[in-house]
Write a protein of this length. Sequence first.
Length: 261
Amino acid sequence: MENKLNTMTRDLKNTVANRNVYFLWSGGNDSNLLLRILRSSNFANLCNLNIVTIPFPDHVYDEAKINATKDILTKQNLNFHLLHTKENIADSVPYAKACLFCKEIRRKRFLEYYLPLQKEGDLIITGHNLADLMSYYIELCIMQLRLEKSESEDNRFLEVTNKWLKSYITNESIEIYRPLINFSQTEISKLLDDTELMQFEITITAQKCYWLNQRKRLLQDYMVNADIVSNYEKCFSLLQSNFRIPKPEEFWKLPFDTYLM
């Protein structure tokens, strides 16, 4: 795994060098690993790094921990942008649809912050990994069972398949980059326990979101842990053998923010 980490870190350095970077940090294991790497001495003054957190839904995040983390990062001269939102998800929203509502709210809030700052060549980093890809794959399989497809499902197909791309450049010349796409959650957890990466210990979440207990989320863990997909190549092959892979320009049908979360 050390070679995999070294390769990922090298590619990440080459990608962020001399660029305006926005890192979407959720506080989960995947984004915590990336935060530690981006804060390491190897990345010092390498790029203009903006760490962006949208603490939503509220019950997942601990306000006291967030404020403490903000103080730590600010004292280290890091640009930490905390984006609160006044919106909420009504209790009447069906359990299965809550994640989609949450994503829409966070996307909207990010755009409110980002669009006035947008520059050509910007880089946006997310923490998508193998477990996320398996979750999306299961969703695609469920969608495939429906005989008639709606326009919203066609759009969702583009949103989901785009997540398999390690790097994607939008028609606005913004690059979305997913450095952890070849890592499982188990590997990410082991790397977080690596003493060489234990530069600091902070957390901004109070608990895991209960919406993560959806059936597809539980199935994703099974498929990764059972070694059905052990690496990105195997995962991509699974997608390719069962679904049509869109051409890059097809993704331009949807605004870039749909591919972030």
